[in-house]
Design a protein. Structure first.
Length: 440
């Protein structure tokens, strides 16, 4: 099938590359000239395991193309995916300007019948707006081309995006026409049919928000349990095992930590809350999920103040892990940024390390005094008063604790992801603070 993908970020690039891998002819479009230029040299502008190889092989096979011209990109497409960003607007709603801009441009340049599929995470009712935007532009140029709109939200996880796309738990397709549904079912025919769930457009759009809101709720719930554990002297890691073993609950997304970040959970919970409020309903659970998470992102800093006292000016802290989670270079709404902000605000300095997100972090923190980027994880500890582990990359899981102690001024660890054993840390002579653990 001839496919176009508009917006070549995490979702668009993975979608385009993987669909090309199944034999389709895919053109990916982006307004970012630098991004397209580097993709045309097989260079992926962010870290995503396995992606570069797929891009390379499909470009070599002539099935995958990159361009900045939407007009050229959608020529002959049977399906056109919109995969641009939908960031938070100032009021918390999803900003649809990029989606609708693309829809208008599709209307301006469409030459053949096609299915316009929104894969970006968009509020319920967006497909209607996309339909109107395409139709208006078509009408303005006197065009008479049949087109369909559809919703096909993406559930991939950064860091495991390629395997998630190729072997998803399910694919959700929202359409209001049998013809569009059949075309999309054909496109996803590489999956077992029971994994392809067809529904109406609004339910499909809502499914994505409900999924992310539930996952964020699990995390905030567990972070709240961690807070209570600290107060009553229980160990949240034991509690986690105790409840995760219940098949009605499960282990996924119940690890406590220093808050969730990323390009999806924070903005999607906000957008869903905004949608509910706009319809006159005040969503109490979603509000609590956000509040707990916001507070959790400041928790390590509070523990730092509790240990060192209110005046930490002049002290230096090491931070291991900057990306919002392991196996990605994505820094959007990362907990590390909140901790860095808090520490710098209190007059402290930081020495930071991350295996993949340093470039992105340098870009975001450009011009901030007091931040030193260090290429070696142990070098980052030099002259620091404490280490804060913020992102649980594998390389931080079994470090050389002797070396850590030698490099630091004082052996203090704030473990924002409960990666280390409190007993072992104490045995090795560290003052150790986890999340939701006795004496944390
Ligand atoms: P991203 O910011 O990585 O990529 C968006 C791309 O769209 C950018 O490269 C940008 O230059 C491009 N773009 C913007 N306007 C354009 C235009 N008019 N024409 C062509 N290109 C344009 O975003 P992302 O992380 O891939 O997310 C895209 C959507 O998918 C969002 O709605 C997001 O919520 C959703 N989503 C993301 C993930 C994820 O893990 N990142 C997972 C599921 C769903």
């Amino acid at each position: 099938m001839r496919i176009s993908v508009i917006g070549t970020g995490y979702v668009g690039l993975v979608t385009g590359a993987c669909l090309a891998g199944y034999g389709n002819h895919v053109t990916c479009v982006d307004v970012d000239q630098e991004k397209i230029a580097s993709l045309n040299q097989d260079r992926v502008p962010f870290f995503e395991p396995g992606l570069e190889e797929i891009i390379k092989s499909n470009r070599t096979a002539g099935r995958l193309h990159f361009t900045t011209s939407l007009e050229e990109g959608i020529k002959g497409s049977k399906v056109c995916f919109i995969t641009v960003g939908t960031p938070s607007d100032v009021d918390g709603s999803a900003d649809l300007q990029y989606v609708l801009q693309v829809a208008r441009e599709i209307g301006r340049h469409m030459e053949d019948p096609m299915v316009v599929v929104t894969k970006s995470t968009v509020p319920v009712g967006t497909a209607d707006k996309v339909r109107s935007a395409v139709a208006e532009e078509l009408k303005a140029r006197g065009g008479q081309i049949n087109f369909f709109v559809a919703s096909n939200p993406e559930f991939l996880r950064e860091g495991a995006a390629v395997s998630d796309f190729m072997n998803p738990d399910r694919v959700v397709i929202g359409t209001d026409s049998k013809e569009a549904e059949e075309i999309l079912k054909e496109l996803y025919s590489f999956l077992p049919p029971e994994k392809v769930l067809c529904m109406d457009i609004r339910s499909s759009e809502m499914t994505k928000y409900a999924a992310n809101a539930l996952l964020a709720t699990k995390i905030s719930f567990m972070n709240e349990m961690a807070r209570i554990c600290e107060l009553v002297g229980a160990d949240v890691e034991r509690v986690r095992l105790g409840i995760g073993s219940d098949s009605r609950i499960g282990y996924a997304f119940i690890s406590p930590g220093c808050g969730y970040g990323g390009s999806c959970f924070p903005k999607d919970v906000r957008a869903l809350r905004h949608t509910a409020l706009r319809h006159g309903y005040s969503p109490r659970i979603l509000q609590a999920v956000e509040d707990v998470n916001e507070a959790q992102k400041h928790l390590i800093f509070q523990k730092v103040l509790r240990h060192f006292g209110q005046d930490i000016s002049g002290l230096t802290f090491a931070i291991w892990g900057l990306s919002f989670k392991p196996n990605t270079s994505d820094m959007r709404e990362a907990s590390s940024l909140v901790l860095i902000q808090d520490l710098l605000g209190a007059g402290a300095s930081v020495r930071v390390h991350d295996p993949k997100a340093m470039e992105e972090a340098k870009h975001i923190l450009a011009g901030r005094n007091g931040v030193t980027f260090v290429e070696d994880q142990y070098e980052a500890l030099k002259g620091t008063s404490a280490l804060a582990l913020v992102t649980e990359w594998d390389m931080y899981k079994q470090p050389d604790f002797q070396r850590i102690k030698e490099e630091m001024l004082s052996p203090v660890i704030f473990d924002g992801r409960n990666q280390y054993s409190p007993n072992e840390m104490r045995r090795l002579g560290f003052t150790y603070y986890g999340i939701g653990r006795p004496n944390a």
